[in-house]
Design a protein around this ligand. Sequence first.
Ligand SMILES: [Zn+2]
Length: 447
Amino acid sequence: MNRDEIFARSKKERQKEREEEAQRGQGGSGTFEQVSYTALEQHQLKVVRILGYPLNVRDDYENAQFSPKLIQVSWIIGDNGKPFRCIWPNPHDDPSWIMWRIFNMVTAGRWDSEKNEKVFDHKGTHPRSWQTVAKNGKTPDTLYYNMEKGWKPSSTVIMNVIDRERMDWHQSEGKTFLLSKRVSTKTNNKGETTYFYDTGVPRMVYDQVWDTIVESQGDFQNYDVGIVKLTESPWYQVYHVAKQAEFLTRFDPNVVALGTENALTDEERMWKQWDIDKLFPVTSYQKLKNRLSATIQMIDKDFGKNFLEELEELAIKEKAERNQNAGHSVNDEGDATFDPDEIEAETRDEIKVPAPPVRESRPTARPTRKPTSANDVAFDPKSLDPDTYKGISSLSDELLNMIIGVNPNGTLIYEVPPNIQTYECNSCQFPSPHNFDFCPKCGAEFA
Ligand SMILES: [Zn+2]
């Protein structure tokens, strides 16, 4: 074998290694593929086909990793003063995860039903730790202090979708999108715009799709769903676009027309879907150690605990397990292991992702005009069958105006002023806004 042959052989071996690395997702940032998101926009109808198995049974089926997944996400201010994304295990899966124990310890308390707020045991006794964990270090004079959730994670759903407005992109890329709650942009001084996508959508979006559409219409892979993000309660509205088109007159008719009940095409089935399990793993102990050692040390000191020591041991164990699974040793820093969460959070500012669809075809995006009156949607609640909706005749016109459509399962779609909640009727469990004096369904008078 001459040297050329040896080098050719080595090249082949290296190619094989690279393929194996890519398959394991261990290739480091060099082989990391940027996730493609599509985001909801306020008062715009987003027409999507949700792919996969239902969230609460996904793990029992093959290819579960591509199905909608519930994750717990928070942005925590690290020792260096910068926020990092932390993904927690669901509390019922792993309540003893170290961060859950620290969080529950520091924010322990009880509910004061008179004041209607939580009274914290350690807010006064360990103010430094409490402020760090409960409020991410924010002080009461800070803007949005009341809304600050600190380390507390939000229930978020990640799902693969086909965006009906971006079929060109799907066809040319051969991939699906992950659905995101929001996109924000930043333009640098060269005029280059970068897009940042929120991780997933709030759990309530998935639940609403399930409760008002899927329960009565079945498999969500068989029809397109329309999702509208609102600026006030109930925050989101969802539609079976093909069946409810008549209620969607306030949206661009070209967009409404995109929603069908057509079966997925062979081409659509072939598109590469994102591996949600791999992209959104629970945050590693190594990362927690890197970001929060000083913070946890402070909490240990306040509470007389040894969480930092425990975390360091967990990080060592984790590294050993990863090395074993990887079948070869990573470098001494233990950071060579692929951590998509780390990459995404760390390089958030540098990532270029596909731009949202151009809205040129829409004459009016109407971002400022709120769809609050029934006139907007050409729906007349008085046209509802009085035998099915017995309370309609008892409601004032003002209340009737809040009814803007019917869901496929027969519940009504409401558009209500801020701070008005929806409650279920005591007699028939039918939901309606709490300012309704009669149940629209059974006609019961509310006390
Ligand atoms: Zn009722």
